[in-house]
Design a protein around this ligand. Sequence first.
Ligand SMILES: [Zn+2]
Length: 282
Amino acid sequence: MKILTFDIEEWFHILDNDSTKTEMEWSNYEYRIHDNMERIFKILEKSGVSASFFVMGWMAEKFPEIIREIVDKGYEIGSHTHLHQLVYEQSPKEFKLDVERSTKTLEDISGQKVRFFRAPGFSITEQNLWAFEILHELGIEIDCSVFPAGRAHGGLKSYGTAEPSILRYNGIQLKELPINTHSILGKQFIYSGGGYFRLLPYSLIKYWSENDPYIMSYIHPRDLDPGQPMIKGLSLPRKFKSYVGIKKAEMKLTNWLSDFEFVDIKTADQIIDWKLVKIVNL
Ligand SMILES: [Zn+2]
């Protein structure tokens, strides 16, 4: 099963960087989301594929027309928090208020219940597992925040499985659709979204995709936008990670969607026999 998801944020929502950290900094940058959403909708229409969208509440508040368009086209919306902060930098109270604000905003505009969640930068780690309890409390049924490998920000390496699973923590449970990994000689590689998807050649992505039964993708509008300005002052590695491969990403995504069958989260949820999946006790 291959699942198609997008994380809907602006091109300047770059984590762990001072000049793009809060609303105050964001006001310095132009908005590019309308053109970028049109690009995504066109790709989906051309490919005849449905997708799920994790949207920042802040984006919904600013551009409610985008939420309406996503819903009108029949796609489902999940939360990507309100203000796109790293969860491990928030207190439980801050995280709860932020997610709650996003689900309220998204539900008011979309008229749909928010059932899915993905943390910015996959920033639920071994140190802030309490976030899962809060998600459960706020009515989230399916979490997609687990990145079961090491990474610059976040990641939950100890999760131990890169497949649909039931996550149990402190008496609660959530359905978990983690990011998939491709294993080579015991080392885990990620290729289904962000900089990894942009960096790797399509021939390799295709080859790995043929061999991996489960894929969870995570594409951002900015991954597909070659016209976006360069954020000033990024370190060289961040600059590389943020801008590598953007020109070819749209073509790669189009090829990926035509070479393989992708479904949205709602369909995946119906197909998966949750009674048979692995249970992960954290
Ligand atoms: Zn994000």
